[in-house]
Write a protein that binds this ligand. Structure first.
Ligand code: AKG
Ligand code: FE2
Length: 340
């Protein structure tokens, strides 16, 4: 427990940190796999350190994000995302008018730098294109793929099993997101949810607000300058036969001393390739634990792309006021739950 000025009491979640610089040492992969096995079936949130991105690299991205959100609204709305079709590339404005209560954030999602995703961007983004590309590629190649190998070792499966389903050049939508929450009096800014991708990488930002659901209730996730907060999301839970946990989290109004400031976010959402079926892997570990699921028990008929599109379009219908309450049925009989 930590008491911040003006006596606001904040309870922090106790999360493990994986130091991935250990991957350069002999036995490092195995050591990290053992560490992962200590927590990953209970809680899909953890920190990654030793990831090779400097504080300066992260600050540069925040500087670009700040400039982006300072652009006139008419400029930003030229790049609107087609969320009605389940496509989140591009800009999402903050809700206004009758829908003001729906959300208080703006987003700009920059997809993979592959021919599939060539699209117009504001000049500001084009001016920094190479730098944004390098940052994104580092996350994919130097953080995501090594972590996927560690998870495969933990599950005692072929080390390349997950990696071969996340080829950067393959068709599939993953993106870097610039995000800005505007100060708002409502207590919950993003209702409790799981993410629909593989792993989500949340870069350091100083305004508290992210909370994770634990067996002892909601706890704040502390953001530390050297660490990336990582969470397992739906696609990886399905692929790992339910063993790696897509953990429920939410964003609340920051504590009083921070509540009046905008909250900027820098987030990378990694996803499997579009055509990957979300079927459970066969794993000796899961067999031994009696947790092995049959393919039919998973989402074998559903691809990563179909799952993500269904969830994005469903969120769109709620945000746009097309449906009055959040729908829970998504696809193939699998329900998405929400938690206040
Ligand atoms: O802003 C955050 O800290 C988390 C955002 C989030 O959960 C999401 O966009 O899925
Ligand atoms: Fe999330």
């Amino acid at each position: 427990m930590y008491v911040i000025p003006n006596l606001h009491i904040v309870e922090w979640a106790d999360l493990e940190a994986l130091d991935i610089s250990k991957l350069n040492q002999p036995g490092g992969k195995q050591e990290l796999a053992v560490q992962v096995l200590r927590f990953i079936d209970k809680n899909g949130f953890f920190y990654v350190k030793g990831h090779g991105l400097s504080d300066k690299d992260v600050k540069r991205q925040y500087a670009i994000a700040t400039e982006f959100f300072n652009l006139p609204l008419e400029e930003k709305t030229k790049y609107l995302a087609n969320t009605a079709a389940g496509d989140f590339r591009g800009y999402k404005a903050k809700a206004t008018g009758d829908l003001t209560s729906k959300d208080n954030d703006e987003r700009y999602n920059i997809p993979k730098f592959t021919p599939e995703h060539e699209r117009p961007h504001p000049q500001l983004i084009l001016d920094h294109y190479e730098e944004i590309k390098e940052f994104s590629l580092h996350i994919h190649n130097k953080i995501l793929l090594p972590l996927l190998r560690v998870f495969a070792i933990a599950l005692e499966i072929d080390e390349e099993y997950f990696v071969s389903r996340h080829r950067y050049e393959a068709e599939g939508l993953e993106y870097l997101r610039y995000m800005k929450y505007h100060p708002d009096p409502k207590p919950i800014w993003a209702i409790g949810h799981t993410d629909y991708n593989t792993l989500t990488f949340l870069f350091h930002q100083p305004v508290a607000g992210l909370q994770v659901q634990t067996k002892d209730g909601w706890k704040y996730v502390r953001s530390e300058p050297e660490s990336i907060i990582v969470n397992v999301a739906d696609a990886l839970e399905f692929l790992s036969g339910g063993y790696l946990k897509s953990t429920v989290h939410r964003v609340v109004r920051p504590p009083k001393d921070q509540a009046g400031r905008p909250r900027l976010g820098l987030i990378y959402f990694a996803r499997p390739e579009a055509k990957v079926r979300l079927e459970p892997v066969r794993s000796p570990l899961l067999e031994r634990l009696g947790l092995q699921r049959d393919v039919e028990e998973g989402l074998a008929s559903v691809t990563a792309e179909e799952w993500a599109r269904a969830r994005i379009a469903k969120d769109h219908r709620f945000r746009a006021g097309i449906v009055k309450t959040r729908e829970t049925e998504i696809i193939a009989g699998v329900h998405q739950k929400y938690y206040d």
